[in-house]
Design a protein around this ligand. Sequence first.
Ligand code: NAG
Ligand code: NAG
Ligand code: NAG
Ligand code: NAG
Length: 444
Amino acid sequence: MDGVLASFPLAIKHSHEGNLECVAKGQNNSNIEPTVSNTHYLRVVEPVEGAHVDVYSGPVKFFEGKTLELRCQLAAGNHVSYKWLLNGRLVSQSPLHYVADNRLLINRTTSKDSGSYMCIATNHFNKTVFTANSSEVVITVKGVVSNPDISFTVLKKDSHSYSAVVTCHSMRGTPPVTFALYRNRTELLANTTVEERNATFKVPLVLGQHLGWLQCQANNGDRIAYSKRIPLEVVPVGGPVMMHYEYDIGENYAVISLRFYCKVVKGSLPRYQWFLNNTLLHGRGSFYNVVNQPPEQSKLLLSVGRSSAGTYHCEVSDSYDSTTAISSKRQYLDKEVLNRLPVLVVAVVFGCFTVVLLLVFVCCWIGVVFRRKQYGQKSLWSLEMERMAAAYEGELDLSEYDEDADVVKTARSGEFDQASNASVDEWSQIKGPVDQQDEPVEES
Ligand SMILES: *[C@@H]1O[C@H](CO)[C@@H](O)[C@H](O)[C@H]1NC(C)=O
Ligand SMILES: *[C@@H]1O[C@H](CO)[C@@H](O)[C@H](O)[C@H]1NC(C)=O
Ligand SMILES: *[C@@H]1O[C@H](CO)[C@@H](O)[C@H](O)[C@H]1NC(C)=O
Ligand SMILES: *[C@@H]1O[C@H](CO)[C@@H](O)[C@H](O)[C@H]1NC(C)=O
Protein backbone atom coordinates (compact mmCIF):
# COMPACT_ATOMS: atom_id res chain seq x y z
CA MET A 1 0.00 0.00 0.00
CA ASP A 2 1.31 3.45 -0.97
CA GLY A 3 1.98 6.01 1.67
CA VAL A 4 -0.61 8.63 2.26
CA LEU A 5 0.44 12.10 3.20
CA ALA A 6 -1.93 14.23 5.15
CA SER A 7 -1.24 17.76 6.35
CA PHE A 8 -3.23 19.92 8.71
CA PRO A 9 -2.78 23.65 8.46
CA LEU A 10 -3.41 24.92 12.00
CA ALA A 11 -3.65 28.38 13.53
CA ILE A 12 -1.29 27.80 16.46
CA LYS A 13 -2.35 29.07 19.84
CA HIS A 14 -0.21 28.75 22.91
CA SER A 15 -2.81 26.40 24.24
CA HIS A 16 -1.70 23.98 21.55
CA GLU A 17 1.58 23.47 23.34
CA GLY A 18 2.12 19.91 24.34
CA ASN A 19 2.69 16.43 22.91
CA LEU A 20 1.24 15.96 19.41
CA GLU A 21 0.66 12.69 17.72
CA CYS A 22 -1.22 11.73 14.60
CA VAL A 23 -3.54 8.79 14.27
CA ALA A 24 -4.35 7.03 10.96
CA LYS A 25 -7.36 4.74 10.73
CA GLY A 26 -9.59 3.33 7.93
CA GLN A 27 -12.74 5.35 7.38
CA ASN A 28 -16.02 3.48 8.19
CA ASN A 29 -14.03 0.37 8.15
CA SER A 30 -13.47 -1.25 11.44
CA ASN A 31 -11.37 -3.97 9.84
CA ILE A 32 -8.39 -1.60 9.45
CA GLU A 33 -6.36 -1.19 12.68
CA PRO A 34 -5.64 2.50 13.52
CA THR A 35 -1.93 3.41 13.65
CA VAL A 36 -0.44 6.07 15.93
CA SER A 37 2.67 8.12 15.14
CA ASN A 38 5.54 8.96 17.53
CA THR A 39 4.77 11.92 19.78
CA HIS A 40 6.25 15.34 19.12
CA TYR A 41 6.43 18.05 21.71
CA LEU A 42 5.05 21.19 20.22
CA ARG A 43 6.57 24.21 21.92
CA VAL A 44 4.52 27.25 21.20
CA VAL A 45 6.30 30.50 21.86
CA GLU A 46 4.20 33.60 22.05
CA PRO A 47 6.18 36.83 21.90
CA VAL A 48 5.92 39.01 25.00
CA GLU A 49 3.79 42.07 24.75
CA GLY A 50 2.29 44.83 26.92
CA ALA A 51 4.29 44.67 30.18
CA HIS A 52 3.28 46.82 33.13
CA VAL A 53 4.18 47.01 36.82
CA ASP A 54 1.51 46.19 39.33
CA VAL A 55 2.21 47.51 42.86
CA TYR A 56 0.81 44.44 44.53
CA SER A 57 1.54 45.62 48.11
CA GLY A 58 -0.66 48.71 47.78
CA PRO A 59 0.25 52.40 47.83
CA VAL A 60 3.28 53.81 45.99
CA LYS A 61 4.16 56.06 48.97
CA PHE A 62 4.66 54.53 52.38
CA PHE A 63 6.96 54.65 55.42
CA GLU A 64 10.17 52.71 55.65
CA GLY A 65 9.96 49.27 57.20
CA LYS A 66 6.91 48.24 55.24
CA THR A 67 6.93 45.50 52.57
CA LEU A 68 6.95 46.35 48.89
CA GLU A 69 5.78 43.79 46.35
CA LEU A 70 5.84 44.50 42.62
CA ARG A 71 4.58 42.19 39.87
CA CYS A 72 5.30 42.43 36.20
CA GLN A 73 2.10 41.77 34.28
CA LEU A 74 1.95 40.99 30.55
CA ALA A 75 -0.74 41.29 27.94
CA ALA A 76 0.79 38.32 26.08
CA GLY A 77 3.79 36.05 26.16
CA ASN A 78 4.98 32.81 27.62
CA HIS A 79 8.30 31.23 28.45
CA VAL A 80 9.15 34.66 29.81
CA SER A 81 12.04 35.75 31.96
CA TYR A 82 11.91 38.99 33.97
CA LYS A 83 14.34 41.66 35.04
CA TRP A 84 13.77 44.58 37.39
CA LEU A 85 15.39 47.98 37.17
CA LEU A 86 15.50 50.67 39.85
CA ASN A 87 16.50 54.03 38.44
CA GLY A 88 17.92 52.20 35.43
CA ARG A 89 20.05 49.78 37.46
CA LEU A 90 19.46 46.08 37.72
CA VAL A 91 17.95 44.90 40.99
CA SER A 92 19.60 41.64 41.91
CA GLN A 93 18.64 39.02 44.37
CA SER A 94 19.91 39.80 47.87
CA PRO A 95 18.94 39.02 51.46
CA LEU A 96 16.62 42.01 51.26
CA HIS A 97 15.45 41.67 47.69
CA TYR A 98 13.61 38.59 46.59
CA VAL A 99 13.29 38.21 42.83
CA ALA A 100 11.33 35.28 41.43
CA ASP A 101 9.08 34.75 38.40
CA ASN A 102 7.40 38.05 37.79
CA ARG A 103 7.71 39.20 41.43
CA LEU A 104 9.99 41.61 43.24
CA LEU A 105 9.62 41.50 47.01
CA ILE A 106 11.40 43.84 49.45
CA ASN A 107 10.64 42.95 53.01
CA ARG A 108 11.91 45.81 55.17
CA THR A 109 12.12 48.82 52.94
CA THR A 110 14.36 51.78 53.56
CA SER A 111 14.48 55.15 51.83
CA LYS A 112 17.15 53.64 49.53
CA ASP A 113 14.40 51.57 47.94
CA SER A 114 12.75 54.74 46.71
CA GLY A 115 12.90 55.44 43.02
CA SER A 116 11.59 54.57 39.63
CA TYR A 117 10.92 50.87 39.02
CA MET A 118 10.36 49.14 35.70
CA CYS A 119 10.30 45.54 34.57
CA ILE A 120 11.60 44.00 31.36
CA ALA A 121 10.00 40.79 30.11
CA THR A 122 11.77 38.71 27.45
CA ASN A 123 11.31 35.46 25.62
CA HIS A 124 12.93 34.09 22.51
CA PHE A 125 12.18 31.77 19.66
CA ASN A 126 15.04 30.25 17.65
CA LYS A 127 17.39 33.10 18.60
CA THR A 128 14.87 35.82 18.01
CA VAL A 129 14.45 37.70 21.27
CA PHE A 130 11.20 39.38 22.13
CA THR A 131 11.23 42.10 24.76
CA ALA A 132 8.55 44.15 26.50
CA ASN A 133 9.46 47.08 28.78
CA SER A 134 6.98 48.32 31.28
CA SER A 135 6.53 51.99 31.95
CA GLU A 136 8.14 53.30 35.14
CA VAL A 137 6.43 53.33 38.50
CA VAL A 138 7.73 55.75 41.10
CA ILE A 139 7.90 54.32 44.61
CA THR A 140 8.55 56.64 47.56
CA VAL A 141 9.71 55.04 50.78
CA LYS A 142 9.34 57.85 53.28
CA GLY A 143 11.69 58.29 56.21
CA VAL A 144 9.89 58.95 59.48
CA VAL A 145 10.78 62.42 60.68
CA SER A 146 13.27 62.38 63.57
CA ASN A 147 12.91 64.28 66.82
CA PRO A 148 13.61 67.91 65.98
CA ASP A 149 16.19 70.13 67.61
CA ILE A 150 14.98 73.43 68.95
CA SER A 151 16.93 76.64 69.39
CA PHE A 152 16.33 80.32 69.13
CA THR A 153 18.10 83.55 68.44
CA VAL A 154 17.00 87.01 69.46
CA LEU A 155 16.05 89.65 66.96
CA LYS A 156 16.06 93.30 67.98
CA LYS A 157 13.29 95.07 66.15
CA ASP A 158 13.77 98.48 67.69
CA SER A 159 15.19 99.84 70.93
CA HIS A 160 12.67 98.08 73.18
CA SER A 161 11.10 95.43 71.04
CA TYR A 162 12.55 91.98 70.61
CA SER A 163 11.43 88.69 69.21
CA ALA A 164 12.74 85.16 69.46
CA VAL A 165 13.38 83.43 66.16
CA VAL A 166 12.78 79.78 66.98
CA THR A 167 14.23 77.12 64.66
CA CYS A 168 12.92 73.56 64.59
CA HIS A 169 15.17 71.20 62.70
CA SER A 170 14.92 67.45 62.12
CA MET A 171 17.97 65.56 60.92
CA ARG A 172 16.04 62.86 59.08
CA GLY A 173 12.63 62.38 57.53
CA THR A 174 11.05 62.81 54.12
CA PRO A 175 9.38 66.13 53.43
CA PRO A 176 6.84 67.53 53.46
CA VAL A 177 6.98 67.93 57.20
CA THR A 178 4.50 69.76 59.36
CA PHE A 179 6.21 71.62 62.20
CA ALA A 180 4.30 73.05 65.12
CA LEU A 181 5.57 75.21 67.96
CA TYR A 182 3.93 74.77 71.35
CA ARG A 183 4.27 76.72 74.57
CA ASN A 184 3.82 74.89 77.86
CA ARG A 185 2.76 71.68 76.07
CA THR A 186 -0.74 72.82 75.11
CA GLU A 187 -0.63 76.31 73.66
CA LEU A 188 -0.12 76.15 69.89
CA LEU A 189 1.85 79.21 68.85
CA ALA A 190 2.23 78.44 65.14
CA ASN A 191 2.52 75.63 62.61
CA THR A 192 3.62 75.26 59.04
CA THR A 193 4.14 72.56 56.44
CA VAL A 194 7.40 72.80 54.55
CA GLU A 195 9.27 70.91 51.84
CA GLU A 196 12.35 70.92 54.09
CA ARG A 197 13.32 69.50 57.43
CA ASN A 198 13.43 72.83 59.22
CA ALA A 199 11.09 75.66 60.03
CA THR A 200 11.41 78.96 61.83
CA PHE A 201 8.88 80.82 63.92
CA LYS A 202 8.92 84.30 65.38
CA VAL A 203 7.69 84.70 68.93
CA PRO A 204 7.43 88.03 70.78
CA LEU A 205 9.98 88.31 73.55
CA VAL A 206 10.39 90.37 76.71
CA LEU A 207 13.96 90.44 77.96
CA GLY A 208 14.54 89.18 81.48
CA GLN A 209 11.18 87.39 81.72
CA HIS A 210 10.44 83.69 81.77
CA LEU A 211 7.76 83.30 79.11
CA GLY A 212 7.17 79.57 79.38
CA TRP A 213 8.62 76.44 77.81
CA LEU A 214 8.86 76.00 74.06
CA GLN A 215 8.65 72.70 72.22
CA CYS A 216 8.70 71.78 68.53
CA GLN A 217 6.64 68.97 67.08
CA ALA A 218 7.30 67.47 63.68
CA ASN A 219 5.06 65.12 61.73
CA ASN A 220 5.29 63.76 58.20
CA GLY A 221 2.41 61.36 58.41
CA ASP A 222 3.57 58.48 60.54
CA ARG A 223 3.87 59.77 64.07
CA ILE A 224 4.62 62.98 65.95
CA ALA A 225 8.24 63.63 66.84
CA TYR A 226 8.97 65.93 69.78
CA SER A 227 11.89 68.20 70.57
CA LYS A 228 13.08 68.76 74.10
CA ARG A 229 11.57 71.73 75.88
CA ILE A 230 13.56 74.93 76.33
CA PRO A 231 12.69 77.97 78.42
CA LEU A 232 11.76 81.10 76.51
CA GLU A 233 13.85 83.37 78.67
CA VAL A 234 16.59 85.77 77.73
CA VAL A 235 18.64 87.38 80.48
CA PRO A 236 20.68 90.35 79.22
CA VAL A 237 24.36 90.32 80.14
CA GLY A 238 25.10 92.02 83.41
CA GLY A 239 27.45 92.17 86.35
CA PRO A 240 31.19 92.46 86.23
CA VAL A 241 33.18 90.71 83.55
CA MET A 242 35.96 88.66 85.10
CA MET A 243 39.19 87.81 83.34
CA HIS A 244 41.86 85.57 84.78
CA TYR A 245 44.64 83.45 83.44
CA GLU A 246 46.50 80.22 83.94
CA TYR A 247 49.89 79.41 82.53
CA ASP A 248 52.13 76.51 81.66
CA ILE A 249 55.79 76.44 82.54
CA GLY A 250 58.30 74.92 80.19
CA GLU A 251 61.99 74.16 80.69
CA ASN A 252 64.03 76.60 82.75
CA TYR A 253 60.84 77.63 84.55
CA ALA A 254 59.87 79.96 81.71
CA VAL A 255 56.19 80.57 80.97
CA ILE A 256 55.54 79.22 77.49
CA SER A 257 51.79 79.36 77.12
CA LEU A 258 48.90 81.06 78.75
CA ARG A 259 45.13 80.69 78.93
CA PHE A 260 42.97 83.69 79.58
CA TYR A 261 39.42 83.04 80.75
CA CYS A 262 36.60 85.54 80.42
CA LYS A 263 33.35 85.13 82.33
CA VAL A 264 30.32 87.28 82.95
CA VAL A 265 28.04 87.07 85.97
CA LYS A 266 24.80 86.75 84.00
CA GLY A 267 23.51 86.74 80.48
CA SER A 268 21.94 83.92 78.49
CA LEU A 269 23.26 84.87 75.03
CA PRO A 270 26.64 86.50 75.65
CA ARG A 271 29.09 87.35 72.91
CA TYR A 272 32.73 87.37 73.99
CA GLN A 273 35.41 89.49 72.38
CA TRP A 274 39.12 89.62 73.11
CA PHE A 275 41.37 92.64 72.67
CA LEU A 276 45.12 93.16 72.64
CA ASN A 277 46.10 96.81 72.81
CA ASN A 278 42.42 97.52 71.95
CA THR A 279 42.67 95.53 68.73
CA LEU A 280 40.06 92.82 68.36
CA LEU A 281 41.44 89.28 68.23
CA HIS A 282 39.13 86.85 66.55
CA GLY A 283 39.36 83.28 65.45
CA ARG A 284 42.92 82.14 65.20
CA GLY A 285 46.11 84.12 64.77
CA SER A 286 49.82 83.48 64.68
CA PHE A 287 50.13 83.38 68.47
CA TYR A 288 46.55 83.10 69.74
CA ASN A 289 43.39 81.05 69.44
CA VAL A 290 39.97 82.13 70.65
CA VAL A 291 37.82 79.29 71.96
CA ASN A 292 34.29 80.36 72.76
CA GLN A 293 32.30 78.17 75.13
CA PRO A 294 29.05 80.12 75.30
CA PRO A 295 27.29 80.94 77.43
CA GLU A 296 29.70 80.01 80.28
CA GLN A 297 32.96 81.52 79.14
CA SER A 298 35.47 82.22 76.44
CA LYS A 299 39.12 81.18 76.36
CA LEU A 300 42.05 82.91 74.74
CA LEU A 301 44.99 80.59 74.25
CA LEU A 302 48.32 82.34 73.86
CA SER A 303 51.80 81.19 73.10
CA VAL A 304 54.13 83.54 74.86
CA GLY A 305 56.51 85.43 72.64
CA ARG A 306 57.41 88.91 71.48
CA SER A 307 54.19 89.42 69.48
CA SER A 308 51.97 88.44 72.41
CA ALA A 309 53.17 91.32 74.58
CA GLY A 310 50.63 93.99 75.33
CA THR A 311 47.51 94.87 77.26
CA TYR A 312 44.69 92.32 77.23
CA HIS A 313 41.05 92.66 78.06
CA CYS A 314 37.78 91.01 77.12
CA GLU A 315 34.34 92.43 76.47
CA VAL A 316 30.96 90.77 76.77
CA SER A 317 27.82 91.97 75.05
CA ASP A 318 24.43 90.51 74.21
CA SER A 319 24.80 88.62 70.97
CA TYR A 320 21.74 90.42 69.62
CA ASP A 321 22.75 93.90 70.75
CA SER A 322 26.38 94.99 70.60
CA THR A 323 25.63 98.30 72.33
CA THR A 324 25.59 96.53 75.70
CA ALA A 325 29.30 95.64 75.87
CA ILE A 326 30.84 95.33 79.35
CA SER A 327 34.60 95.35 79.63
CA SER A 328 36.87 93.41 81.97
CA LYS A 329 39.89 94.92 83.72
CA ARG A 330 42.98 95.31 81.60
CA GLN A 331 46.04 93.17 82.11
CA TYR A 332 49.47 94.01 80.78
CA LEU A 333 51.63 90.99 80.01
CA ASP A 334 54.97 90.46 78.43
CA LYS A 335 57.69 87.88 78.82
CA GLU A 336 59.35 89.68 81.70
CA VAL A 337 56.16 90.05 83.70
CA LEU A 338 55.34 86.41 83.08
CA ASN A 339 58.72 85.05 83.98
CA ARG A 340 58.54 86.76 87.31
CA LEU A 341 55.58 84.48 88.04
CA PRO A 342 57.42 81.19 88.53
CA VAL A 343 59.94 82.97 90.74
CA LEU A 344 57.07 84.33 92.77
CA VAL A 345 55.51 80.88 92.98
CA VAL A 346 58.78 79.34 94.11
CA ALA A 347 59.14 82.10 96.68
CA VAL A 348 55.62 81.57 97.96
CA VAL A 349 56.04 77.79 98.12
CA PHE A 350 59.39 78.09 99.80
CA GLY A 351 57.97 80.69 102.20
CA CYS A 352 55.07 78.44 103.12
CA PHE A 353 57.42 75.53 103.62
CA THR A 354 59.61 77.61 105.91
CA VAL A 355 56.62 78.76 107.91
CA VAL A 356 55.43 75.17 108.32
CA LEU A 357 58.90 74.08 109.43
CA LEU A 358 59.04 76.92 111.92
CA LEU A 359 55.61 76.05 113.27
CA VAL A 360 56.60 72.41 113.73
CA PHE A 361 59.77 73.42 115.49
CA VAL A 362 57.97 75.85 117.78
CA CYS A 363 55.33 73.28 118.64
CA CYS A 364 57.92 70.67 119.51
CA TRP A 365 59.83 73.13 121.61
CA ILE A 366 56.72 74.26 123.48
CA GLY A 367 55.78 70.64 123.98
CA VAL A 368 59.13 69.79 125.50
CA VAL A 369 59.09 72.76 127.86
CA PHE A 370 55.49 72.12 128.87
CA ARG A 371 56.07 68.47 129.65
CA ARG A 372 59.14 69.29 131.69
CA LYS A 373 57.13 71.64 133.85
CA GLN A 374 54.35 69.12 134.16
CA TYR A 375 56.08 65.95 135.24
CA GLY A 376 56.33 67.06 138.90
CA GLN A 377 52.61 67.57 139.14
CA LYS A 378 51.34 64.71 137.01
CA SER A 379 47.66 64.71 136.48
CA LEU A 380 45.69 62.93 139.17
CA TRP A 381 44.17 60.63 136.64
CA SER A 382 47.44 59.10 135.50
CA LEU A 383 48.61 58.80 139.09
CA GLU A 384 45.44 57.00 139.95
CA MET A 385 46.08 54.57 137.11
CA GLU A 386 49.56 53.90 138.35
CA ARG A 387 48.26 53.39 141.86
CA MET A 388 45.76 50.84 140.64
CA ALA A 389 48.42 49.05 138.68
CA ALA A 390 50.52 48.93 141.81
CA ALA A 391 47.55 47.67 143.83
CA TYR A 392 47.03 44.78 141.40
CA GLU A 393 50.66 43.90 141.44
CA GLY A 394 50.43 43.56 145.27
CA GLU A 395 47.29 41.41 144.75
CA LEU A 396 45.28 43.68 146.98
CA ASP A 397 41.56 43.22 147.18
CA LEU A 398 40.17 46.74 146.79
CA SER A 399 36.71 45.78 147.97
CA GLU A 400 38.10 45.30 151.47
CA TYR A 401 39.40 48.83 151.46
CA ASP A 402 36.06 50.15 150.22
CA GLU A 403 34.54 49.06 153.53
CA ASP A 404 36.82 51.45 155.34
CA ALA A 405 37.38 54.65 153.37
CA ASP A 406 40.09 55.93 155.73
CA VAL A 407 42.22 52.86 155.36
CA VAL A 408 41.97 53.19 151.61
CA LYS A 409 42.96 56.84 151.77
CA THR A 410 46.01 56.14 153.83
CA ALA A 411 47.00 53.35 151.60
CA ARG A 412 46.55 55.63 148.64
CA SER A 413 48.62 58.45 149.98
CA GLY A 414 51.42 56.05 150.75
CA GLU A 415 51.27 54.59 147.31
CA PHE A 416 51.04 58.07 145.87
CA ASP A 417 54.46 58.92 147.17
CA GLN A 418 55.91 55.63 146.04
CA ALA A 419 54.34 55.94 142.65
CA SER A 420 55.47 59.50 142.09
CA ASN A 421 58.96 58.67 143.21
CA ALA A 422 59.06 55.77 140.85
CA SER A 423 57.77 57.84 137.98
CA VAL A 424 60.29 60.58 138.63
CA ASP A 425 63.04 58.03 138.35
CA GLU A 426 61.60 56.66 135.18
CA TRP A 427 61.19 60.14 133.73
CA SER A 428 64.74 61.18 134.41
CA GLN A 429 65.93 57.92 132.88
CA ILE A 430 63.92 58.47 129.75
CA LYS A 431 64.69 62.13 129.46
CA GLY A 432 68.32 61.74 130.35
CA PRO A 433 69.80 61.50 126.88
CA VAL A 434 67.45 64.18 125.56
CA ASP A 435 68.62 66.63 128.19
CA GLN A 436 72.18 65.91 127.31
CA GLN A 437 71.44 66.63 123.71
CA ASP A 438 69.66 69.86 124.56
CA GLU A 439 72.35 71.23 126.81
CA PRO A 440 75.01 72.04 124.22
CA VAL A 441 72.39 73.89 122.20
CA GLU A 442 71.50 76.05 125.18
CA GLU A 443 75.14 76.73 125.94
CA SER A 444 76.04 77.82 122.44
C1 NAG B 1 -19.21 6.67 6.70
O1 NAG B 1 -20.33 6.39 7.50
C2 NAG B 1 -21.06 7.56 7.84
C3 NAG B 1 -22.17 7.12 8.72
O2 NAG B 1 -21.72 6.23 9.68
C4 NAG B 1 -21.53 8.25 6.60
O3 NAG B 1 -22.26 9.43 6.97
C5 NAG B 1 -20.44 8.57 5.70
O4 NAG B 1 -20.89 9.11 4.51
C6 NAG B 1 -19.59 7.33 5.38
N1 NAG B 1 -18.41 7.76 4.64
C7 NAG B 1 -17.98 7.08 3.61
C8 NAG B 1 -16.77 7.61 2.91
O5 NAG B 1 -18.56 6.10 3.24
C1 NAG C 1 15.54 28.44 13.08
O1 NAG C 1 16.77 28.99 12.73
C2 NAG C 1 17.50 28.21 11.78
C3 NAG C 1 18.84 28.88 11.55
O2 NAG C 1 18.98 30.06 12.15
C4 NAG C 1 16.68 28.08 10.51
O3 NAG C 1 17.36 27.24 9.62
C5 NAG C 1 15.35 27.51 10.82
O4 NAG C 1 14.55 27.48 9.69
C6 NAG C 1 14.65 28.32 11.86
N1 NAG C 1 13.39 27.68 12.23
C7 NAG C 1 12.27 28.31 12.26
C8 NAG C 1 11.08 27.47 12.59
O5 NAG C 1 12.15 29.51 12.00
C1 NAG D 1 16.24 75.44 56.34
O1 NAG D 1 17.65 75.31 56.32
C2 NAG D 1 18.26 75.67 55.10
C3 NAG D 1 19.72 75.44 55.25
O2 NAG D 1 20.01 74.53 56.22
C4 NAG D 1 17.94 77.11 54.75
O3 NAG D 1 18.50 77.44 53.53
C5 NAG D 1 16.46 77.32 54.73
O4 NAG D 1 16.17 78.68 54.54
C6 NAG D 1 15.83 76.86 56.02
N1 NAG D 1 14.39 76.96 55.92
C7 NAG D 1 13.65 77.50 56.85
C8 NAG D 1 12.20 77.51 56.60
O5 NAG D 1 14.13 77.99 57.85
C1 NAG E 1 51.01 96.66 72.64
O1 NAG E 1 51.47 97.81 73.28
C2 NAG E 1 52.72 97.63 73.94
C3 NAG E 1 53.06 98.95 74.59
O2 NAG E 1 52.06 99.33 75.46
C4 NAG E 1 53.79 97.23 72.94
O3 NAG E 1 54.98 97.01 73.62
C5 NAG E 1 53.37 95.97 72.25
O4 NAG E 1 54.29 95.61 71.25
C6 NAG E 1 52.01 96.16 71.61
N1 NAG E 1 51.60 94.90 71.08
C7 NAG E 1 51.08 94.75 69.88
C8 NAG E 1 50.74 93.35 69.47
O5 NAG E 1 50.83 95.68 69.16
